[in-house]
Ligand binder design. Structure first.
Ligand SMILES: O=C1O[C@H](COP(=O)(O)O)[C@@H](O)[C@H](O)[C@H]1O
Length: 254
């Protein structure tokens, strides 16, 4: 658990930690792999990444060698400002120069006659094609997630069938938050990441954060259902942390 005073400080701290984690992977001669999220704090973190100054002993991230994926996307036209991809390109990818072949956006709507279900299957196939031999999915160093006020993560909303789906990526229709049609990694993909980082800022997220960390049913509070294979890190500002139970948590040992 990591807390910051406000969203601005939170974004700075997460950006700095993320830089360190990706640089560490590269220092070990591994291809660093990052899964992005959309939303306010997720995009604010990306906007801080180009400014992070590595400590004297730390190498900067070689952004030209980072693989970039998305945990969810809004199924709208490619130039729609609601696209998580567009926000990430403007906040980070265009500035640091991640080459196109390493950027793996989920499909936009309006490409041929692709339905969201086709788009989800296509993205699942892209993940499979990038996986090392004998593995179903690529290795992800860090997978970022925002949290909705009702506890959604990626585009897995409370009581959504997406929370029980074992496919790697699914189409999600009739979402309670606009736009209604989205694509999302499922828990079965999210929870293969080495580190899952959940970001939450603001009072509106406090109840969902508290419920998730108190062992709520992931079907009701999807944020309760995510964890990394090596670490699950919650990054909160003071307002999002304001309803945490005093006596500790029933889950999340990493
Ligand atoms: O719709 C979405 O919402 C979540 C949370 O966004 P926030 O603005 O409340 O932080 C986001 O993580 C997800 O990627 C996005 O599609």
């Amino acid at each position: 658990m990591h807390t910051a005073t406000d969203p601005e400080q939170l974004a700075e701290v997460v950006a700095s930690a993320l830089t360190a984690r990706l640089a560490e992977a590269q220092a070990e001669n591994r291809t660093a792999s990052l899964v992005l999220t959309g939303g306010g704090i997720g995009t604010a973190v990306l906007a801080h990444l180009p400014e992070v100054v590595p400590l004297p002993t730390r190498e900067p991230v070689d952004w030209s060698a980072v693989e970039v994926w998305w945990s969810d996307e809004r199924f709208v036209p490619a130039d729609d400002p609601q696209r998580n991809e567009l926000s990430a390109r403007q906040a980070l990818l265009e500035l640091v120069g991640v080459p196109d072949q390493r950027v793996h956006p989920m499909p936009a709507s309006g490409v041929g006659s692709m339905e969201p279900e086709d788009a989800a299957a296509w993205y699942a196939a892209q993940l499979g094609a990038a996986a090392p031999a004998g593995r179903p999915l690529p290795r992800f160093d860090v997978l970022l997630l925002g949290v909705g006020p009702e506890g959604h993560v990626a585009s897995i909303f409370p009581r959504s069938s997406a929370a029980r789906d074992d496919r790697a990526v699914v189409a999600v229709r009739n979402c309670p938050k606009p736009p209604p049609t989205r694509l999302s990694m499922t828990f079965s993909t999210i929870n293969t990441a080495e580190e899952v980082w959940i970001l939450a800022a603001g009072r509106a997220k406090a109840r969902a954060v508290s419920d998730a960390l108190s062992g709520a049913d992931p079907l009701s509070v999807p944020a309760a259902g995510v964890r990394g294979t090596q670490a699950t890190r919650w990054w909160l500002d003071a307002a999002a942390a304001s309803e945490l139970p005093k006596g500790g948590f029933s889950s999340f040992g990493t």
